[in-house]
Design a protein around this ligand. Structure first.
Ligand code: PEP
Ligand code: MG
Length: 578
């Protein structure tokens, strides 16, 4: 029977293949209670199982490092650390010896409690780590009970397999037989889960959050996966199948066409240049920047260096990372944003008090100006690394000139401190701000007079202009940069920046949206920074455009009052090639 599902587009691409449905085998074991005499035996069973789990994970991590790369291997490496964590061993040992329960029960309870604790921190990123914790627990339990290892199953597939599962643990995803997998379809999961991150870097189309695909799909069914839109079609009609086959062929042709642009500049047909840069969250993404044909990095979100650990990275640790990114991409310019903690990026050890409205609270530059030690150690690391490439430092969430001045005072004082220590600081470091608060856009003229560049952060600019929480699906209809009020603030920021002679870029999600590109070029944007994978398409749009036409597009749009009209007009302009 032909069936259709809609889910979350978690990893892009189109594919078709035969379903292999994996459901979680329930791991079972004999009794829970042990007598006092059994304590030592259970503790040594647990210790032995951990040893095996760590060896398995280390082997898997080495295998992943050679097939996928270091960033992916680190996810598995982190699981190996979780498995050998002395805190977990202590918790399990205490449960065995105090509650007199089996190693299996103690492991299950301890891992579940830690996973729940991670989920309860109210942070999407940490909640996703709960999946890693459960994965580790399941691995140790499987070793203790001799249950089937699903990772071994997915590591040996028939060609063109679509895995359909309730959920896939990150270690299972990493173990996937890449040569034979076509796609992934999951009942659970979300875009920021490690499974999604791995699927994207492995280039496997994936749709997640389908609810009950495993209940409706049977192994052997023909499945079409559209990871761009989040559609899944099961046992399609012949007409649907041939249409999908054409779409797959077109996608392959488009990929080849776009790859030809890699070494060409982002320049319009009439010679107007627009810098195309990448957004990254760490040094591991440098190779993606290189492969994308980017002109540099327009946003390095340094908060990812602070997340998922128990204390802030030291000045030296940060220095090594900034140095690596700057030197590997030199002489390309790298915009490194100072810590943007707070809001939805909760970093528990920073001790930000609970707030009723975290997005309006102690976030980003506000926090850094209060936690001077934290701010200064990041600035020291940045300036020490400055002589290894072309550094641009960017302050997030600046709402008023007094914040920019206070941040620059710290910058100047750190620079003087380093120079007095005989440390060389490059003399071409630019200092700019994100324009992502409406007050900053309204005062763009004032701010532009005192910094070297602007980068427009539309993710927050939209949320603050339209008064809609960027993570709340109930108001997501307001979360769109094509509302006229947002467009006016963007245009104003570019105009005022140019009037004061500084360059203006954009690093919010809007920069990588194909329909936005001609409009932003027409407004005069100097740089667009986006996910590395989006750069080739943006470059193609720019190269097929004339600057004069782009200006005409903006003049037309500025007269439109209706967001839907604006969107459909702009989407129509870039439809071919989508
Ligand atoms: C933005 O707000 O547009 C932005 C780029 O920053 P972030 O998404 O990290 O808040
Ligand atoms: Mg922001």
């Amino acid at each position: 029977m032909s069936l259709q599902f809609e889910g979350i587009p978690a990893a892009p691409g189109l594919c078709k293949g035969k379903a292999v449905v994996l459901t979680q085998e329930k791991i079972e074991w004999a009794g829970r209670d042990i007598g006092a005499a059994g304590v030592d035996n259970e503790i040594s069973r647990f210790a032995r199982a951990v040893e095996i789990a760590v060896t398995q994970l280390e082997d898997l991590s080495r295998q992943v490092a050679s097939t996928l790369g270091e960033a992916e291997a680190e996810i598995i490496g982190a699981q190996s650390l979780m498995a050998s964590d002395p805190g977990l061993a202590e918790d399990v040992t205490n449960r065995i010896s105090q509650e007199l329960v089996s190693a299996e029960n103690a492991v299950q309870d301890a891992c579940e409690e830690q996973a729940k604790m991670l989920e309860g921190l109210g942070d999407e990123y940490l909640a996703a780590r709960a999946a890693d914790m459960r994965d580790v627990g399941r691995r140790i339990l499987a070793i203790l009970t001799g249950a089937t290892d699903r990772a071994a199953l997915v590591g040996n597939l028939e060609p063109d397999t679509v895995i359909v599962a309730d959920d896939l643990a990150p270690s299972e995803t990493a173990a996937i037989d890449v040569a034979n997998i076509a796609g992934i379809v999951l009942d659970g999961g979300g875009r920021t889960s490690h499974t999604a991150i791995l699927a994207r870097s492995m280039g496997i189309p994936a749709v997640m959050g389908l609810g009950n695909a495993t209940g409706s799909i049977t192994s052997g069914d023909l499945v079409l996966v559209d990871g761009n839109q989040g559609h899944v079609q099961v046992n399609p009609e012949p007409g649907q199948l041939s249409k999908f086959g054409q779409a797959i062929n077109l996608e392959a042709i488009r990929k080849r066409e776009l790859s030809l642009l890699k070494n060409l500049p982002g320049v319009t047909a009439d010679g107007h240049h627009v810098e195309l840069a990448s957004n990254i969250g760490g040094a591991k993404e440098v190779s993606l920047v290189q492969d994308s044909g980017s002109d540099g990095v327009g946003l390095f979100r340094t908060e990812f260096l602070f997340i998922d650990r128990n204390s802030a990275p030291s000045e030296d640790e940060q220095f090594e990372i900034y140095k690596e990114v700057l030197s590997e991409l030199a002489p390309k310019p790298i915009v490194i944003r100072t810590l943007d903690a707070g809001g939805d990026k909760d970093i528990p050890y920073l001790g930000i008090p609970a707030e009723a409205n975290p997005f309006l609270g102690l976030r980003a530059i506000r926090l850094c100006l209060q936690e001077k030690g934290l701010f200064r150690s990041q600035l020291r690391a940045l300036l020490r690394a400055s002589s290894f490439g072309t550094l641009r430092i960017m302050f997030p969430m600046v709402a008023d000139i007094h914040e920019l001045r206070a941040a620059k005072r710290e910058y100047e004082s750190v620079k003087a401190e380093l120079e007095s220590e005989g440390i060389t600081v490059a003399d071409n470091v630019q200092v700019g701000i994100m324009v992502e608060v409406p007050s900053a856009a309204m005062q763009a003229d004032v701010l532009a007079a005192e910094c070297d560049f602007f980068s427009i952060g539309t993710n927050d600019l939209v949320q603050y202009t339209m008064a809609c929480d960027r993570g709340n699906p109930a108001v997501s209809y307001l979360s769109d940069p094509f509302y006229p009020a947002v467009l006016r603030l963007i245009a104003r920021t570019i105009e005022e920046g140019h009037r004061k002679g500084i360059w203006v870029g954009m690093c919010g999600e809007m920069a990588g949206m194909p329909p936005a590109v001609p409009l932003l070029v027409g407004m005069g944007i100097d740089e667009l920074s986006m996910a590395p994978a989006s750069v080739p398409r943006a470059k193609e749009i720019i190269r097929n455009l004339s600057y004069e036409d782009a200006k005409g597009i903006w003049h037309k749009v500025r007269k439109m009052a209706d967001r839907a009209e604006i969107r459909s007009y702009l989407e129509g302009l870039v439809e071919i090639g989508e």
